[in-house]
Design a protein around this ligand. Sequence first.
Ligand SMILES: CCCCC/C=C\C/C=C\CCCCCCCC(=O)SCCNC(=O)CCNC(=O)[C@H](O)C(C)(C)COP(=O)(O)OP(=O)(O)OC[C@H]1O[C@@H](n2cnc3c(N)ncnc32)[C@H](O)[C@@H]1OP(=O)(O)O
Length: 237
Amino acid sequence: MLGRCAARALGALRGLREGAPPARSPGPSRRLLSSEKVSDENHSLPKPCWSKDMRLLFDQFMKKCEDGSWIHLPSYEYIATQRSQDFPTFIHASELINKEKLSQGRLFTKSFEDGLGFEYVMFYNDAEKRIVCVFQGGPHLQGMPGFFHGGAIATMIDATVGMNAIVSGGIVMTANLNIDFKRPIPLCSIVLINSQLDKIEGRKLFVSCNVQSVDKKILYTEATSLFVKLDLEKKFD
Ligand SMILES: CCCCC/C=C\C/C=C\CCCCCCCC(=O)SCCNC(=O)CCNC(=O)[C@H](O)C(C)(C)COP(=O)(O)OP(=O)(O)OC[C@H]1O[C@@H](n2cnc3c(N)ncnc32)[C@H](O)[C@@H]1OP(=O)(O)O
């Protein structure tokens, strides 16, 4: 059975999509799909730009979802601005940023054309408090020729450990992120980002992660992070 915090966070994630109907149930999605079905709405569903290997991994994880031990996490480009009152940081941002600009806000990882930037899908295991992200990076994420930019890797790590912290703790922000880049990651390869909630101390959530090749033979990156649950009474300057 899904923990209360995880259920609430998952329900909120679904309801945050621009124009999305309110989430009927905060429980996990039981809608099982395979890579043959293509959607351009929920970005964590198979798209034509996903490689065969990415689809294969998607199908393998969707199989693991069948007994409820793993949950396929949804992912959308836009966060409904009408829900922004729920988030103190957004309230502050809306005071500083032009309303029109704010309405153009889009999740950074979703700002590239299909296949050129960040293609990914995340799966959550509530019993083990971990998330696996299957990431296919596109050619526009290049740093050193032929390899991913370190900032692109950091972004995907932050997104994955961040999602783990959100599902475990609710509304959080990254306070600290330490990354060891051990091997360069070839451009356009598919990797697994394995994140794990290590401990919770009051408002602090400690999440670690590694980035591995799909065959798990190469350890590319390791990271540790600290997320802090936002104090809803506090105003940010
Ligand atoms: C449930 C609904 C979910 C809705 C989700 C909506 C959309 C989801 C869609 C996609 C999500 C994708 C995931 C993306 C993740 C990306 C996250 C980010 O990138 S966040 C952006 C980068 N981070 C920031 O800008 C944060 C800037 N910092 C701050 O705002 C603040 O410092 C703070 C982190 C909020 C903490 O400030 P606060 O005043 O609240 O706390 P304190 O300072 O009192 O600290 C509390 C506690 O933590 C310790 N702490 C704080 N910072 C650090 C640090 N850097 N290193 C070590 N320890 C730190 C501090 O010492 C206190 O500890 P203690 O209580 O023991 O004294």
